[in-house]
Ligand binder design. Structure first.
Ligand SMILES: *[C@@H]1O[C@H](CO)[C@@H](O)[C@H](O)[C@H]1NC(C)=O
Ligand SMILES: *[C@@H]1O[C@H](CO)[C@@H](O)[C@H](O)[C@H]1NC(C)=O
Length: 457
């Protein structure tokens, strides 16, 4: 569920295959920062709820892309494609433009089906036909892999590695499902089961990694806790998304702890989204605690105020007993408008660079969905995920989470993920907390309504 549209610049070669454990495949991806266009395209932005002020300078949503090298065809044609856990199809441009996939240059292309069409949360889309090709990824070669051959697209190509239950092919006239990448890797014997670990790395790092089939214990701080993924609420069937239970959010600052979540919530772990979308009461509780300045499109602080934040201030997210601490100071990034111009705020008579907090209000019902309030889901994007080590076990409908360990100090320590009957996710214990609970009364700050500042370039 990536939320944006950008022009990618030229990349240096980034994907390095590193065969390590017996049954795993690792690829380092290149992190690329981009901007998403205007906030008006993003239904989840706080600014939308406030109503737009004409001509006001608005914050734009910074997006991180995770670009990995994928090869298609014989001989291989190489592409840098955005790895996305929020969608489940691989597609490339095949419109004759420079760098696009060309079936004419491959001896292994085959037509598979008509009507490839995929639409994303940011209202971009791609269309064409379905084809099969030899796919190369790290050390793996997968024959007759099904992918979208897009003859027209308003999005950059995407490599979706989510549940096959949300494949784009399900919504077309000649509907079908197919074995997408995680499933094919397992069926071809490259890994034991469709599962992978995602390590986004800290904000400053230029690379992260996706490790199919294994867990790298050297990147885990503490231990992994296994959470069930929540089944599809409308059909009561298998999970289709990486939806898990959030039990609490504590704000820790200056030795005090404040509960900031009113009740247990469903959250979607989505590496394609940059911000973390929280219930309105939570956002305002955080805003009040750190005296955030409200602007059109979000919240933030001046540079001086960010520098003055205590290093020890954290948000402690509790997912059924799995605790992930996010340093508050790491949640701020230089505010920019959609033209990528730096934004300033006039505060106490001084013009200062404005730093945006990478947390936003997900609305009463969670972003962009009309489920009953108790089923609302809130999206946890990169500003949460990069502090976590997350194992996505599609085969077992489980997610395992721990605090991520940053730095390159320790050597890789890989352990294969097994099918569930044979041990499942290594070095992990089952969640202890229940799926649904009512929290202690919250110290809410719904009445925190500070003035709205204007930003300037
Ligand atoms: C591929 O080959 C076909 C048949 O020769 C031709 O019609 C088509 O224009 C070619 N496409 C590209 C993208 O070169
Ligand atoms: C934390 O303590 C510092 C130093 O006393 C103070 O300036 C700051 O306002 C406090 N922050 C919060 C959120 O309590």
């Amino acid at each position: 569920m990536k939320f944006s549209l950008v022009t990618l610049t030229t990349l240096c070669a980034s994907a390095l295959a590193a065969p390590t454990a017996k049954k795993s495949l690792k690829i380092d991806f290149q992190k690329q920062l981009a901007d998403s266009g205007t906030t008006s395209q993003d239904p989840n932005q706080l600014g939308g709820a406030q109503g737009k002020v004409p001509h006001e300078v608005e914050l734009t949503n910074h997006v991180v892309y995770y670009l990995a090298e994928v090869a298609l065809g014989t001989p291989p044609q190489k592409f840098q494609i955005d790895i996305d856990t929020g969608s489940s199809d691989l597609w490339v441009k095949a419109d004759g433009s420079p760098g696009a996939y060309s079936r004419n240059s491959s001896s292994t292309w085959s037509h598979y089906a008509d009507n490839f069409y995929i639409a994303y949360g940011d209202q971009t889309s791609a269309s064409g036909d379905w084809a099969t090709e030899t796919l190369g990824f790290a050390d793996a070669q997968i024959p007759k892999f099904i992918f979208g051959e897009a003859t027209s697209a308003t999005s950059q190509p995407v490599f979706g590695i989510g549940y096959s239950g949300i494949e784009a092919s399900i919504h077309q006239p000649n509907a079908f499902t197919y074995d997408n990448f995680p499933i094919r890797l397992a069926k071809e014997g490259f890994v034991n089961t469709p599962a992978y670990s995602l390590y986004l790395n800290d904000f400053a790092a230029k690379t992260g990694s996706v490790l199919f089939g294994a867990v790298d214990k050297s990147k885990i701080d503490g231990s992994l806790t296994i959470l069930p993924t929540i089944k599809d609420q409308t059909t009561d069937s298998k999970p289709k998304e990486f939806l898990v239970t959030l039990n609490s959010i504590d704000i820790n600052v200056n030795g005090t702890t404040t509960n900031a979540l009113d009740k247990t919530r469903h959250v979607l772990l989505d590496s394609g989204t940059s911000l973390t979308y929280l219930p309105p009461q939570t956002t305002r509780t955080i805003a009040q605690k750190f005296q955030l300045l409200q602007v059109s499109g979000g919240w933030g602080l001046t540079k001086k105020q960010v520098d003055a934040l205590p290093d020890t201030a954290t948000l402690d997210y509790n997912l059924q007993g799995a605790h992930v601490g996010v340093k508050v100071k790491d949640l701020f990034t230089l505010g920019k408008n959609y033209l990528n111009q730096q934004l300033y705020i006039e505060y106490n008579g001084v013009r200062e660079p404005f730093y945006q907090i990478l947390i936003a209000d997900g609305g009463d019902r969670g972003p962009g969905n009309d489920e009953p309030v108790e089923l609302a889901k809130f999206i946890f994007g990169d500003s949460f995920l990069r502090s976590a080590y997350v194992v996505y076990d599609i085969g077992a409908d489980k997610i395992a989470v721990s605090q991520a360990k940053f730095g390159s100090g320790s050597a890789e320590d890989l352990a294969d993920i097994q099918i569930e009957d044979k041990g499942g996710i290594p070095a992990a214990t089952a969640a202890s907390d229940p799926v649904w609970t009512q929290n202690a009364p919250i110290e809410t700050s719904v009445n925190y309504n500070p003035q709205i500042y204007r930003l300037s370039t």
